[in-house]
Design a protein around this ligand. Sequence first.
Ligand SMILES: [Zn+2]
Length: 223
Amino acid sequence: MLEYLRESMKSPGIYYLNNDIPVWTEDPLPSTINLKQVIEQVEALIPSAFLRYVQAVRIGMFDEMIERSLNALYKDGVLYITNMQDNNQDIIDDIIHEISHAVEQNNAEMIYHDGAIQQEFIGKRKRLYNLLKSEGFDVIIEQFLEPEYNEDFDMFLFQVVGYPVLSTIADGLFLSPYSITSVNEYFAIGFESFYIDKSPYLKKMCPQLSNKIEYIDEMTNEY
Ligand SMILES: [Zn+2]
């Protein structure tokens, strides 16, 4: 299949991540974006061992992303990334975010088996519950105790409370309001922070998450 893709799609605009994984655009990217540079920067930031979970990177507008209001998606080994990007950093963030889900889904046992990340995450959710309650929001505790994605809870967070209020209230608790969404996004935002901005807040604010990512990072040296 990959051979076929390589042979049939030798049109301009096919790039390779790690000299191996085809990257192509199905809808045009803004001219401000240099895909070659984007790929070089992703390669520089991410251990190449993680890329074995990725078979292809497709850039464009895809139905499932539109339906689910997502700007990126990892599914069946393929990274789907929106072409609606502001600049190189924007698309690098999306690619690395989805690589984190690839890593997470392929190493779920190692990452979550001891419950440390879930416990840290739920502890933060409980504190957020109290903070929002004291601000007068109509909060439902059960929703805060569920680590998986929940559409109603997501609506509550981003439609009722809203991003600006959430980022103020959750400051010091979560790296970004998006981390609150689910334990999977909590992991993904931590992974982004570890590999992209290398912020000291990850270690301070989310020690369990930070330990686990460091552990996975060290494991990549063994491949
Ligand atoms: Zn995500």
